[in-house]
Design a protein around this ligand. Structure first.
Ligand code: ARG
Ligand code: ASP
Length: 749
């Protein structure tokens, strides 16, 4: 009995967190519990103000940006606000050494100067429907497979409309929702700060507080003359809309209500302990691979401005999760996530004995054995993704373009794909990456594919140059003090296991010749723009096919892709599917045993609302993080000519004379702030709204100590980071003097 009471208390304890700002809620389903809690925190609107199908509501201004980030509409002519890092590759693509928008920033003075972006799209949710019964009925009663069922429901729903739709599982497949979207294809770049402001502090400051990054960018949605979505055309005009966010420059204080409305990508809050353990190991492994990638790329970026420009986006995206995974592992450790979960699971399993329908329920052991099986495939999958698919660039390009050439894709598409790729490609870097990341996997032991031995050796003894940069500025100690070396030591034993398993599972690579550097980087057509363009021009199909099939880069790529897709991926997904079945049961079990809790579904790239308060944080003894930073702090961090902490002269001058226009409070210009909102990747660019639904900030990051929030949200440690809207307005109004844009906005002073 004592045990049962204890488990109930533990359950309450664990799930009680749902009442303290944890949760990414479905805005179309807000419960009374949520609303009461929101009102307690200061919320002044109604449920219908947040989401309504029949009337205009805030949801109509929330935009999924290019399938990844979030953005919001902030004027009646379709201005879109998102993060600098979300628009980064578009700013890069519009930049050249002569006209470097990444470096100098950019503000269009009129519509004619706004810059089109190939392949960029945004979508807005029109309505949402619960389709759980329909999906289940067809799967169970009609015995159809999930994918076919989903496709057929979608097709029925959007037939004869111009809309797009998706169906997503919630609560691990216990529920399904259908989302109908309107998609826009002509999105132009309007305003971007110089990277030294939009990406101030770069990797050193990424994921940490105190933060001073002006991470914003502005785009605009264009439509055809009928105000409808259309492909890019010169004749297109700005979207006319009533659904845009009003802005407040009235500011906030500690404990004020704040909500984040956006498209969080993916979280896993209901994992069993062994899954968190698995994630921790996988993180260690991916950290090692990325460390090597970054080290190579960084070396070349420092040598050449052109390379720095071309590789900026790739580098930023690799380093972002490299650092995130480190923070996540640290957070898992610091929040005792694994031990807490083990304790909870033991008690849960014990107590189930009293429930008749849960006798002999062995779910945790089943999880254990499945994760044990998954482990090796999950590492091999990461090897492929990190090294082959995303690391060494020619692989993905060769795979893509060869298929498209053989598949008779139009010349214009082929040319555009080729140019896109080579515009930011350096053969020198790719070759070095190939030598350092791929070759060590080959040969030596009777041509067995060995598992990254050398990479581990290499990384053990080396001080990484690019990480030295992380010792600049304020955050030097935040990062190193709290890191626990023991945590990272655990890698040693585990490396051995992986290597051992790998040798047993994998066949020999006896064709060592495949991995010949010269054949790939000197002789292949796939590492040479001119040769590929010439091939695209060649109209003799048989000959083209012969050239491709004899090409050594093609042969190796095909070998590695086939290897992955026939030997690794199917097995991985087979085990993964079995785990998913358990996930579905596990969350149902939790809901049965603790029925009074307010559960929220894991993030899945669909529209969500988080709410909480603007709040300080206490990361460790005697240290408190204030909830707001100012331009003064940016200037304190300034290091002339540093690649992360340099600043434009203009902002230094403005600071000197305190020319902040009307955006300062007490002569200080607000820059960033933090709150207890539960956010994740994909929430970048999400509008942050006050209790009246007015825009006060732009979400872009989380605190280092709380990056494990994707698997274990801890309200004491987790905070999201936002740019203050007053800083963004200051940039547009005072820094760029773009009255054309400021005049479009509706601002409450
Ligand atoms: N950490 C933030 C997010 O996950 C911002 C990343 C952009 N900045 C960077 N230095 N890569 O996306
Ligand atoms: N920076 C993230 C993004 O790009 C947000 C986060 O992970 O907190 O969506």
């Amino acid at each position: 009995m004592k045990k049962i009471i204890f488990i109930i208390c533990l359950g309450i304890n664990i799930f009680n967190r749902c009442y303290s700002d944890e949760g990414m809620w479905q805005p179309y389903l807000l419960s009374q519990i949520n609303l009461d809690h929101m009102i307690d925190l200061g919320f002044q609107l109604t449920k219908d103000d947040i989401y309504s199908i029949n009337n205009n509501s805030l949801k109509d201004a929330i935009v999924h940006f290019n399938g990844g980030c979030t953005a919001s509409i902030i004027s009646n002519r379709g201005l879109l606000l998102t993060n600098h890092h979300c628009g980064y590759s578009q700013i890069q693509a519009n930049s050249s050494i002569e006209n470097n928008l990444l470096e100098n920033g950019f503000s269009a003075k009129n519509l004619n100067e706004e810059l089109p972006n190939e392949n960029l799209y945004v979508s807005i949710v029109k309505y949402v429907k619960d389709v759980t019964n329909e999906v289940n009925f067809q799967i169970n009663d009609n015995n159809l497979n999930e994918k076919n069922v989903i496709d057929s429901i979608i097709n029925k729903e959007i037939k004869n409309t111009n809309y797009d739709a998706i169906i997503k599982p919630f609560y691990k497949g216990n529920q399904y929702y259908l989302f109908v979207y309107e998609k826009f294809y002509d999105i132009r770049l309007v305003n971007a700060p110089p990277s030294s402001i939009g990406k101030f502090g770069s990797d050193t400051d990424n994921w940490v507080w105190p933060r001073h990054t002006g991470d914003y960018t502005i785009f605009r949605i264009y439509v055809n003359q009928e105000n409808k979505p259309a492909k890019y055309s010169k004749e297109n005009i700005p979207l006319k809309t009533d659904n845009f966010l009003k802005i407040s420059t009235q500011g906030f204080e500690e404990n004020d209500f704040a909500m984040v409305y956006g498209f969080p990508g993916s979280t896993n809050e209901y994992l069993p302990s062994c899954a968190v353990e698995h994630l921790k190991e996988l993180n260690e492994y991916r950290i090692e691979i990325r460390k090597n990638l970054l080290n190579v790329i960084d070396f070349y970026m420092k040598k050449s401005d052109q390379i720095k420009l071309n590789y900026a986006s790739k580098y930023a995206s690799i380093s972002n999760y490299y650092k995130k995974w480190k923070g996540e592992n640290l957070g898992i450790f610091k929040s005792n996530a694994i031990q807490n979960k083990i304790r909870f699971e033991k008690l849960l399993m014990d107590s189930l004995k009293i429930y008749e329908n849960y006798q002999n329920y062995d779910i945790i052991n089943k999880y254990d054995s499945l994760y044990n099986e998954l482990r090796i495939y999950s590492f091999l999958r990461s090897t492929f993704i990190e090294k082959v698919y995303r690391g060494v660039d020619f692989f993905a390009f060769t795979n893509n373009i060869s298929k498209k050439i053989l598949g008779n894709e139009s010349d214009s598409n082929l040319i555009s794909i080729t140019n896109n790729h080579f515009n930011s490609y350096s053969k020198e870097i790719d070759k070095d990456l190939f030598i350092k990341l791929i070759l060590p996997m080959v040969g030596k032991n009777n041509h067995k594919l060995i598992f990254d031995d050398e990479i581990f050796e290499l990384s053990k003894n080396q001080n990484y140059d690019f990480e030295k940069g992380w010792n600049y500025g304020e955050n030097k100690n935040n990062y190193s003090n709290i890191s626990n070396e023991k945590e990272f030591d655990s890698l040693k034993d585990f490396k051995y296991t992986v290597k051992y398993n790998f040798l047993n599972i994998y066949p020999f690579i006896d064709n060592k010749k495949l991995f010949n550097v010269e054949n790939i980087f000197e002789k292949s057509i796939f590492t040479d723009r001119g040769k590929i363009l010439k091939l695209i021009n060649n109209k003799n199909k048989a000959k083209v096919e012969k050239i491709i099939k004899n090409d050594k880069a093609y042969i190796l790529t095909k070998y590695l892709f086939d290897f992955y897709f026939t030997k690794i991926s199917p097995k991985y997904w087979d085990i993964f599917d079995q785990i998913s079945e358990l996930d579905k049961k596990y969350i149902k079990l939790l809901m049965d045993i603790f029925p009074n809790k307010n559960y929220y579904p894991d993030a899945n790239g669909t529209l969500r609302l988080s709410y909480g308060e603007i709040k300080t944080m206490k990361p460790r003894d005697a240290v408190t993080y204030n909830y707001i930073t100012y331009l003064d702090g940016m200037i304190e961090k300034y290091i002339p000519d540093d690649y992360e902490f340099d600043l434009p002269q203009k902002i230094l001058n403005i600071h000197k004379h305190k020319n902040y226009g009307k955006y300062a409070i007490k002569n200080k210009l607000p820059l960033c702030f933090i709150s207890t909102n539960h956010t994740t990747g994909g929430n970048s660019g999400s509008p942050v709204l006050n209790s009246k639904g007015h825009l006060i900030g732009l979400n872009f990051d989380r605190l280092w100590e709380g990056t494990m929030s994707d698997v274990n949200f801890d309200p004491k440690l987790c905070r999201n980071i936002m740019v203050d809207i007053r800083f963004i307005l200051f940039m547009i109004d005072n820094y760029f003097d773009s009255k054309n844009l400021i005049n479009e906005l509706e601002i409450f002073d």
